[in-house]
Design a protein around this ligand. Structure first.
Ligand code: NAD
Ligand code: MLT
Length: 277
């Protein structure tokens, strides 16, 4: 059933692709600790682990900068049709430049939903392009977000103001399909959206409809409801720049999360204080 012998091991370290299901956990007769070399623990059945008294740890800060930089890369690439320009050149179609008119980021408004580690770093970076940054986070008070230049406001006030929207929340019931048909309908026509957080925060079917109608002017997507997607319609859409969950795929982030999770395992083995989020 398993490609390895989980009953032999005391600890297990995974990245995001490995699904640590209840079956894996229950087969790990000696299992005491599961480490996630990354942020989200949604690929680990935490309930099954907890019921067996198994500790689950992650390394929430190790890939923050890489995910933030990838988000900024997608925002910039969307504003100037970088991917379509490159495709045109590879197809020897210089004349495409006529239809690839972009727009400056300077003076535009970026809405950031989720002002935690990554949301904050995205804000700081995009402010250097002259973007106005607004946002919402139920746990970050307005006076705190103001310290990093983000004006906090309720979501219903955010949607009509945004030229770009980027989401940086976990996927939880409150954030599933957060950006849906209704939200697109009250956004500016041509709003661009970016998701480097988790597939499903932007309703994929609503996004496709908004791209088709022109209500959404473009999307930068690193994450999908299903990974890898069975249906690549969204990824192939001409107004979409898609990457295969590359947010944390840098040598620096992978080294950081690997070292951090290893150190945390050693701390547990030595009976020191536990970390994680
Ligand atoms: P974080 O915990 O530091 O920040 C998340 C923030 O979302 C928190 O401040 C929380 O209060 C806020 N939030 C929760 N519910 C909300 C809601 N309904 N509306 C608005 N805000 C809400 O997490 P992070 O490290 O910044 O990570 C953000 C997301 O990015 C996570 O989903 C994480 O799994 C994902 N991630 C993806 C990649 C990638 O490779 N694409 C890499 C790292 C992290
Ligand atoms: C995370 O939650 O850390 C990201 O999805 C990146 C990863 O794949 O590890």
């Amino acid at each position: 059933m398993f490609g390895f012998f989980p009953q032999k091991y005391d600890g297990l370290i995974v990245r995001s692709a490995t699904k640590v299901t209840a079956d894996v956990i229950n087969a790990g007769k000696n299992l005491k600790i599961i480490g996630r070399a990354g942020t989200g623990v949604d690929n680990i059945d935490c309930e099954a682990a907890t019921s067996r008294g198994i500790i689950v740890m992650n390394t929430p800060g190790g890939n923050t900068l890489s995910a933030a930089e990838h988000t900024c890369t997608l925002i910039c690439a969307l504003s100037r049709h970088v991917a379509r320009g490159d495709q045109a050149m590879k197809a020897e179609k210089w004349s495409e430049r006529k239809v690839l008119m972009g727009s400056e980021l300077y003076g535009k408004t970026l809405a950031i939903v989720g002002l935690g580690r990554i949301g904050k770093e995205v804000a700081l970076r995009m402010q250097s392009f002259g973007m106005t940054t607004i946002g919402f986070d139920p746990l970050v008070p307005p006076e705190v977000s103001q310290e990093f230049g983000v004006e906090s406001m309720p979501l219903e006030k955010i949607w009509p103001l945004a030229d770009y929207i980027t989401v940086h929340t976990p996927l939880i019931p409150q954030t599933r399909n957060l950006i849906n048909d209704k939200v697109f309908s009250i956004c500016k026509k041509g709003v661009k959206v970016v998701n480097v957080a988790r597939g499903g925060i932007i309703d994929e079917e609503a996004l496709l409809r908004a791209l088709e109608s022109g209500q959404c002017g473009g999307a930068g997507l690193d994450v999908f409801i299903q990974e890898p997607p069975k249906d690549f319609t969204l990824a192939k859409h001409p107004k979409v720049i898609a990457t295969p969950h590359l947010g944390a795929s840098t040598t620096e982030a992978q080294e950081r999360v690997a070292v951090e999770i290893a150190e945390q395992f050693v701390d547990v083995a030595q009976g020191k204080q536990l970390f994680g989020a």
